[in-house]
Every structure is written in structure tokens, then in C-alpha cells.
Design a binder for this molecule. Sequence first.
Ligand SMILES: [Zn+2]
Length: 69
Amino acid sequence: MRILVLIAIGLLLYVIIGRLLRASRPSSPKAITEKMVKCKHCGLHVLEQEAIQKGDNHYCSTEHLEADS
Ligand SMILES: [Zn+2]
């Protein structure tokens, strides 16, 4: 019956280690979602941080910003 004890211990360790890993892991490591915005001129989707913003509008490049204004 020793094998059953070993299995029980193994399962217990598995559960404990699983909980420890879950606890140490941040709930949402990528909380900062990369928001996509649409270029008003050509409709291309670009990252908000890379887009050129003018008022409420976003552009993929300075060329499109100038072309639209
Ligand atoms: Zn564009």
C-alpha cells in the first residue's frame, strides 16, 4: 500500500506547488493592452502609442496627417 501513500503525497505536492505558482504570478501580467487606432486618412490600424494624434483623429504617418488637414 506504499504506492498509494506516494501517490497521495505526490498529489498533495502538486496541489501545493500549483497554488504557490498561481499566488506568485501576477493576476494580469499584460494589463496594459496595446490599443489600436485607425488612421483617418487610409484606415490603417496602428498602435495608439505609434500613431500621430491630432485632436480626436489618429494618423499612421505625418504624411497622412498633412494630407488630411
Ligand atoms: Zn494612413
